[in-house]
Design a binder for this molecule. Structure first.
Ligand SMILES: [Zn+2]
Length: 94
């Protein structure tokens, strides 16, 4: 069978079923290994104020927000791009 992508669009490998996650944008149910995981640093303090405080040696707490996107939303938000036929063969990680 011809394959569009080496990984078939998932990072599952030979494993069986995988559990689902909800897309952070549209709420659709996506397999965890297919969804695109995005972790963002979110500062509780404004950037200009944070720079000033860190110069004075203050500790600024940073929280991380993890989001999962379905493929449609990932393409829409530029997490992944539509790639040419040859580029699709390689994984994003390698
Ligand atoms: Zn979505």
């Amino acid at each position: 069978m011809t394959k569009k992508r080496k990984s078939r669009g998932r990072s599952k490998g030979g494993k069986g079923r995988s559990d689902y996650v909800e897309c952070s944008n549209c709420g659709s149910r996506v397999p965890r290994d297919k969804a695109k995981k995005v972790t963002q640093r979110v500062s509780l303090v404004e950037p200009t104020l944070a720079r000033e405080l860190s110069q004075k040696g203050a500790y600024i707490p940073v929280s991380y927000v993890t989001k999962y996107y379905c493929i449609s939303c990932a393409v829409h938000y530029g997490v992944v791009k539509v790639r040419a036929r040859e580029d699709r063969r390689t994984s994003y990680n390698s």
